[in-house]
Design a protein around this ligand. Sequence first.
Ligand code: NAD
Length: 467
Amino acid sequence: MSSYAMLINGKSVTTSDQDPVINPAFGESFAAVPRASKAHIDEAMEAAALAFRTWRKDEAFRRQKLNECAAAIQSRVHDIANVLSQEQGKPLSAAMGEVFGASMWFSYFANLQIEPEILQDDGEKRIRIVRKPLGVVAAILPWNFPVILLSWKLAPAFLAGNTVVAKPSPYTPITSLMVADILRDILPAGVLNVVSGGNDLGALMTAHPVPRKISFTGSVGTGKKIMAAAADDLKRVTLELGGNDPAIVLDDANPDQVADGLFWSAFQNSGQVCTAVKRLYVHEKVYQPIVDRLIERAKTVRVGNGLYPETQLGPINNEMQLNKVMSLVEDARQNGAKVQTGGCRLESSGYFYPPTIVTEAREGMRLVDEEQFGTALPIIKYKHVDDALEQANRTHFGLGGSIWTSDLQRGEALAQELDSGTGWVNHHMDILPFTPFGGAKWSGIGCENGPWGYKEFTAMQVVNVKK
Ligand code: NAD
């Protein structure tokens, strides 16, 4: 069994206590990772604090290092993707796309030009805003996109001059440790530290006196705990939390044109995407043809081990999540919804749950009200678009949402009516390095990406010179 090391103060660190990592395609462990102790966290935080003193000084050097990180990750796409597919479950091609994306994010931030913010510059005064790094950032990650989400935090944090202690999810720690190992020879000691362990380790990091910011991606429940933990020390937080994204198909949508987009917006990464379509509202006029097309796709899509070349959808990442998806579908079935495809676990030791299309779903069913985060999609028929919009917005979630229509103007107007961080028209989940990404309501606080995401890793200082 392979084992991996943490990165603390520029050194590879391993421990006698190890945690197994399970390959969800088999439900069996295939590797082990170190379990960090409180002493490791202290060491990582001190190293990051020390490295910060120098790292913050030279922006050109940091940009050069970000470019080197991008190239180093790109040169190892295949190795990382192979392990990503095993620890996360996703198809190898998607894993390669994710790792390549991480390298792209480093390049984007290496080259991001920050516009000067000059508020007044005349004979009397020169007033401008200076962006300063915050210090040590604690970065805490989920298991659905472990590699690219790590890059969303590291690249802007480093550009701004911060140092980082990162903690991957206990379900997908290996690829973060691999990235740390790859970047070890590029970054000065202490600039990046990656520690592995359970949820308690995350709690130790958020309670630690050193970090000045917590950058967190994960569930709403954990986000609330993190915000509470940050309050005492007034640490800055960026919280990228769960979603229950609605997609609304209008009466003028062409079923043949939208079906593929809808299917993959719901089921990509086996539905384990924060911005997957998780509730589908379809106008009664196009309801049946849309349902028929989605059923057809659900029946033919190839579910299997992510390392097999024919696989289009891998397993659910972990048993707890699989049980959650199964219980939400069961609850919907018992409350009168119709399970049109899938609806039961495949006979395998792996955590496979085929794409499950659930019709006659409605508000009040847990599958509609909660975030399923898996291969099940409830479809809700509607008559009036105002009613669909109202239902779409009547939730604590507000990450993304989309409108599907042949009338782009109408689509754009309705997308603005969604109470969400992003409103797409005729697609969903399109997230780019230069577009700010964040959630409304309980789906998050702050944002990542673009100059907006970069600024979240900085403190503003006004420099006001009287001439
Ligand atoms: P999770 O909240 O269970 O865990 C996320 C991370 O937090 C893990 O590293 C975990 O070990 C750590 N953690 C757990 N308890 C902690 C505590 N008390 N203090 C500090 N850290 C703690 O989430 P998950 O199940 O790994 O991820 C799935 C969730 O993430 C879904 O809700 C999904 O929508 C959300 N997500 C959101 C985004 C986004 O950008 N908005 C992106 C991806 C995933």
